[in-house]
Design a protein around this ligand. Structure first.
Ligand code: NAD
Length: 260
């Protein structure tokens, strides 16, 4: 395992991606951040992580719907760090509406950002990982990569696709010291989830409080949201040598949701 690890995390200006970036920086690993947001806020995050943990933290705002921008992001990381050892495919969006009303451009964007971007990022770095005999590809899928909910046709399709792609990459890379796993969180209270509370309330004809209690925490036996720090800790473990034999797995971190 190279030291320090050089990592790229897509969609890391917020939520789970930022949680993983913070956990990685705390391990002393260099991080390439990516994602959208206010430029000053992103710079404050970047500089804050760099200063607190004494690591290199870079930022590239590549749009995950644009393959050329994704390739430029990966190439910038390789040039700046010398190599990419860990890739976390995390960028994602959500849209909640019944399929007959699902806007075509929203469906396409969810498939592009939540699934196809992971193909482009992986394609750019996996050969180098295999040559060096160490690499970690971590795909942030979802409990919705394993089970479905109504009104999320694009998201559930994309996340099931990511779980499938994870298995294929794991098989192709297994003999070369490179693992590929999917992390499948239940509900985590990030901006992505906050935004779907009113939409879900409207689709189901219930209150926002009922959405949190019955729709989100109802199926999670712990009755608690998953914390971003818990997902960061799992991602750190997957990068360790203790996780050398974990590959092709879809790891649930969902308070028991899909155990039902
Ligand atoms: P979030 O909205 O807090 O973060 C999403 C990140 O992706 C942000 O940094 C955003 O700027 C970035 N992003 C969005 N569109 C992009 C694009 N076109 N190009 C580049 N970056 C883009 O959401 P989150 O909840 O932290 O979600 C992160 C991942 O975790 C997603 O893949 C999501 O599906 C998955 N997930 C979330 C939950 C949950 O409950 N929050 C549960 C399971 C899985």
């Amino acid at each position: 395992m190279p030291k320090p690890l050089n990592t790229v995390i897509t969609g890391s200006t917020s939520g789970i991606g930022l949680g993983i970036a913070t956990s990685f920086a705390a391990e002393g690993w260099n991080v390439m951040l990516n994602g959208f947001g206010d430029a000053a806020e992103i710079e404050a995050i970047r500089a804050g992580l760099e200063e607190k943990h004494g690591v290199k933290v870079l930022y590239n705002g590549a749009d995950m719907t644009k393959p050329e921008e994704i390739r430029a992001l990966m190439s910038e990381a390789e040039t700046a760090f010398g190599q990419v050892d860990v890739l976390v495919n995390n960028a994602g969006i959500q849209y909640v509406v019944k399929i007959e009303e699902f806007p075509e451009e929203k469906f396409d964007a969810i498939i592009a950002i939540n699934m196809v971007s992971a193909f482009h990022t992986t394609k750019a770095v996996i050969a180098g990982m295999k040559d060096r005999g160490y690499g970690r590809i971590i795909n942030v899928a979802s409990a919705h990569g394993l089970v479905a909910s109504p009104f999320k046709s694009a998201y559930v399709a994309a996340k099931h696709g990511v779980v499938g792609m994870t298995k294929t990459i794991a098989l192709e890379a297994a003999e070369f010291g490179v693992t590929c796993n999917a992390i499948c969180p239940g509900y985590v209270k990030t901006p992505l989830v906050e935004k779907q509370i009113p939409a879900t309330a409207q689709e189901r004809g219930i209150t926002e409080e009922e959405v949190i209690k019955d729709v989100m925490l109802g199926p999670q036996p712990t009755k608690k949201f998953v914390e971003v720090e818990e997902i960061g800790a799992l991602a750190v473990f997957l990068c360790s040598t203790g996780a050398n034999s974990i590959t092709g797995a879809a790891l649930q971190i969902d308070g028991g949701w899909v155990a039902h």
